[in-house]
Design a protein around this ligand. Structure first.
Ligand code: KIV
Length: 269
C-alpha cells in the first residue's frame, strides 16, 4: 500500500500517476493498472452525479464514494476531495469534515482547493495526522469568480499562485495539484517545491499527472482542451447497449444457456 511518504519520495525521481474514481469497480481497475493515487474528485459532480459544476456536491456524496473507492483500491493512495463549503467556514468544521474521510471512510489523505484561508487549515490537519494535498491554479469551486479559464497568465496572478503553492508546502501539504496554468509557471513552482506537483493542464514539467477518469477512458461527452482520451469507452458502451436492446427485442436474449427448467415442476406445469 502506498503512503504519502512514498508519493513524496517520487518527486523528481519517477513520474506520479493519479486518476479520479468514484466507485469501487473503477477504483479496482485504476489500482490494478498501477496508478499511484486515486482521487475521489469533486469532479464527480459533473462526471457522474449530473450536476453542472462541482458546487452542489455534498460531504455525504464525497464520503460515500470515498468509502467505495477505499474498498476497491488495494495499493493506491486514496485521496478524498473536500467539496465546496465543507471547509473554510471555520477551522473546527473543516477539521471534522476532513478527519471524517480518514476516520470513517478509509481515505489516506484529503485534497483541498487552496486559498489564503486554507493555509491554517492545512497546518492544523497536518499536525493532527491528516495528510493534505494542496490545489492551486484553476480551482473549479471558484468558478463563479474565475470561470474555467487558464489561471496565472499575468505576472501578478502567476506570483500569487506560486506563493500560494509555497505557503501550502510550508504549512505541511505533501503534494500540490497545479491546474490549468502556463507550463513555465508550473515548471517554476515544481522547481521551487520539495513536495511533488501533480499537473492537469500544467505542461510536462510537473512531478506527476492527473486526469478525470471519464476523460482518460473516453467516456466524457466533452473534455477540457488539456485532457486526452486513451480509449473509447463511450462508444463501447453504446455498442453494447444497442446490442442488448436488439437482442431482447428480437427474442435472441435470454437463450437456453441463460435459463433453467426445474424437473420437479414438470408435473405441475
Ligand atoms: O475533482 C477533481 O477531479 C480534481 C482534479 C481534476 C484535480 O480536482
Amino acid at each position: 500500500m502506498l503512503t504519502v511518504r512514498d508519493i513524496r519520495a517520487k518527486a523528481g525521481d519517477e513520474p506520479i500517476t493519479m486518476l479520479t474514481a468514484y466507485d469501487a469497480v473503477t477504483a479496482g481497475l485504476v489500482d490494478a493498472a498501477g496508478v499511484d493515487v486515486v482521487l475521489v474528485g469533486d469532479s464527480m459532480g459533473n462526471a457522474v452525479l449530473g450536476y453542472d459544476s462541482t458546487l452542489p456536491v455534498t460531504r455525504e456524496e464525497v464520503a460515500s464514494r470515498t468509502g467505495a473507492v477505499a474498498r476497491g483500491a488495494d495499493d493506491a493512495l486514496v485521496v478524498a476531495d473536500m467539496p465546496f463549503l465543507s471547509f473554510g467556514t471555520d477551522l473546527e468544521t473543516g477539521i471534522e469534515n476532513c478527519g471524517r474521510m480518514l476516520k470513517e471512510e478509509g481515505a489516506d489523505a484529503v485534497k483541498i482547493e487552496s486559498s489564503e484561508h486554507t493555509v491554517d487549515l492545512t497546518e492544523r490537519l497536518t499536525d493532527m495526522g491528516v495528510p493534505v494535498m494542496a490545489h492551486v491554479g484553476l480551482t473549479p469551486q471558484s468558478v463563479n469568480q474565475t470561470g474555467y479559464l487558464r489561471q496565472g497568465t499575468d505576472p501578478e496572478e502567476a506570483r500569487e499562485i506560486h506563493d500560494l503553492a509555497v505557503r501550502h508546502e510550508e504549512a505541511g501539504a505533501f503534494a500540490c495539484v497545479l491546474e490549468h496554468i502556463p507550463d513555465n509557471l508550473a515548471a517554476a513552482i515544481t522547481g521551487d517545491l520539495d513536495v511533488p506537483t501533480i499537473g492537469i493542464g500544467a505542461g510536462t514539467d510537473c512531478d506527476g499527472q492527473v486526469l478525470v477518469i471519464n476523460d482518460a477512458v473516453g467516456l466524457s461527452e466533452g473534455s477540457p482542451p488539456f485532457a486526452e482520451a486513451f480509449g473509447n469507452v463511450r462508444e463501447e458502451m453504446e455498442d453494447a447497449l444497442d446490442s442488448y436492446v436488439e437482442a431482447v427485442e428480437s427474442g435472441e436474449f435470454p437463450g437456453e444457456e441463460h435459463s433453467y427448467t426445474e424437473p420437479e415442476l414438470d408435473d405441475l406445469y
